[in-house]
Design a protein around this ligand. Sequence first.
Ligand code: 13P
Ligand code: SF4
Length: 361
Amino acid sequence: MAADGFQFPFTPEVEAATSAAWDKVKAHVTPMEWRAQAPLIAEINRLKHERDAVILAHNYMTPEIFHGVGDYVGDSLGLAKEAARSSARVIVQAGVHFMAETSKILSPDKTVLIPDLRAGCSLAASITGADVRLIKQRYPGVPVVTYVNTTAEVKAETDICCTSANAVQVVEEAARLWGTDRVILIPDEFLARNVARQTDIKIIAWQGRCEVHERFTAEDILEIKASFPGAEVLAHPECPAEVLEVADFAGSTQAMQDYVVTRQPRRVVLITECSMAENVAAYAPATEFLRPCNLCPHMKRITLENIYETLLTGRHEVTVDPGIAARARLAVQRMIDLPPPAVPARYDLVKARHHVDVELI
Ligand code: 13P
Ligand code: SF4
C-alpha cells in the first residue's frame, strides 16, 4: 500500500510502531486510509530523530498529523512557549506561516521549516508594519497589543503580543505598565470586541477578520442548540460577539480542548475549525460531538506528505530579518514571561456587559 507519491509498505513493524496513534484516529480514519498513512507516519517519526527535529503541531492539524507525528500539540500560546523551550536543532511547524515566524523569532539559532510556504492567515494578511506605524502616530502613548496572528514585521512594531488564550490578561497588563486606560488591540476586530466586554480598559481595534470564524452566526448556534438539546456550545473568541453571547464558553483552541477533557460533557459543539472536534474526540470517548465546522484552507495545506518532504529536503526554511526579529522578540517574550492565564470563565460575564463597544480605526 502506498501513501500519495511515496512507496512505503505497511509492515507488521509499521503497524506496531503506529498502533497508539491508530487507537486515537480510528473513529475518523478508515483502515484503508491508515494502511497508506501509517508507513509515512513511521517514516516521519524515524526521520525527525535522525534530523534532530521536533514537530510543533497546531490543534487544527488533521488527526493523522495531530496524533501521529506531532511532538507537541497545542494552541498558538503553547506552540510559542514550546518553540522557546525546545532543545531540538530543527523545528518543523505543522501550522501556518505566522506560527513558524514566531518560532524563528524565539529560536533564532534553530532551523525553522514549514511544509508549505503558502499556509497563510487572513488576519496576518490584514495589516502591515506600515499600518501599525501610522496607528502609533495617531495614538501616541497608547500601548499596541498585537495578536500573534501577524507577520514578524507587525510584531516588530508592537509593545506586547497576545493570543486568544491571554488577550484580556495582556490588555490589562499593557494598560497597567503604560499607565493608560486605552489599549490598541489589533488586527482581529472580533477578538477586540470580545475582549472589550471583559475589561474596563477602552479598546481601539482594527478591522481584520478570521475568514473561518467570521462565518458563524448567532442563528447557526441557536439552530444547533434547538436540534441538539443539552449540548454545551464552545466557541473561539475570533467569532463575532453575537455568537459568543449564545455560546456557553469561549476560549482558545487549547482552552476548548481542556474544557472537554476535564468536564467530559455528554454532548458538545465546537464552533471552530473542523479538525478540532476530531482531535479532541480521542480524549473524550463518551462525549457526543456535533461538528458544524468551517475549514481553514491555510491550515489544510499541511499534510503528512509535505511534512515528510520537509524533513527529507530541508524545504522550506523560514527566515526573519535579524533586526526585525530582535524587535519582535521583545513583544513576544513580554507575553511569554506573563504568568499562565487564568482558566477562562463561563461566558456569562460577556453577556452581562454586551453594550461595551470599541473604537474602530
Ligand atoms: P489558538 O491560539 O486559539 O489556537 O488560535 C489560533 C488560530 O489561528 C485560531 O484561528
Ligand atoms: Fe488564520 Fe483563521 Fe486560519 Fe486561524 S483559522 S489560521 S485565524 S484564517
